[in-house]
Design a protein around this ligand. Structure first.
Ligand code: FNR
Length: 193
């Protein structure tokens, strides 16, 4: 059966550059024959983490919904903005809530990190910060990351990247990531036989 990949835009706003990048990655994933589940932060409404709320009410529905979509996927891609050189609080909050579920759904999943920013660095420092909680949780974070600089001017009308070199690099990174996931999923299937 085809790979199932969750592609997650980690910003709330409607005009999010990271939502556009997530859509482009979703298209590239789908071009390889894999099944895409395109998600956005607004699909997963949840309060700030509070241990008292967790004790009284359990996990919020938004966190359970994100858990479900992670569990249904073989791997995930996050497109995240960089806030003040780091991970947006909203995304960290979502990771913290979901990490409270047992079995912990980030463990052993493959992930690829991408970012978009109007800056010339493209949000890359935020991705290094995002590696920390994910790797702590046992996610296999793909070594190669993709950061899109100048993001408000970077997209062509058809949603691809106007710079052919950047478009090619993104396409190759997505395809290399999926090859790794495919090989690993197949290996795990063989091992279970
Ligand atoms: C930013 N932005 C930003 N950009 C960047 O490249 N490095 C940074 O450290 C920051 N810091 C930062 C902090 C806060 C609080 C905000 C709101 C924004 C700008 C950010 O990249 C820009 O708003 C992007 O457009 C956000 O991503 P979306 O919403 O377009 O996906």
């Amino acid at each position: 059966s085809p790979l199932r990949i969750l592609v997650f835009g980690a910003a709330l706003r409607a005009e999010s550059a990271n939502a556009r990048l997530a859509s482009l990655v979703a298209r590239l994933v789908s071009d390889t024959g894999a099944t895409v589940d395109l998600a956005a932060m607004r699909d997963f409404d949840m309060p700030l983490y509070d241990g008292d709320v967790e004790t009284a009410e359990g996990l919020p529905n938004g966190a359970l919904a994100l858990r479900d979509r992670l569990e249904q996927s073989d791997a995930f891609v996050i497109s995240s903005p960089e806030y003040n050189g780091s991970i947006p609080g909203l995304l960290k909050n979502a990771i913290d809530w979901v990490s409270r579920v047992q079995p912990q759904p980030f463990k052993t999943k493959h992930a690829m990190l991408v970012s978009a920013s109007p800056s010339l660095v493209g949000g890359n420092r935020g991705l290094w910060a995002l590696r920390v909680p994910l790797e702590h949780l046992g996610t296999r974070v793909y070594p190669d990351m993709f950061s899109l600089p100048n993001a408000y001017q970077a997209f062509a009308e058809d949603g691809t990247l106007a710079d052919p070199g950047l478009q090619q690099r993104l396409t190759e990174t997505v395809s290399a990531f999926l090859s790794l996931v495919e090989a690993d999923v197949r290996y795990v299937c063989l091992e279970r036989r």
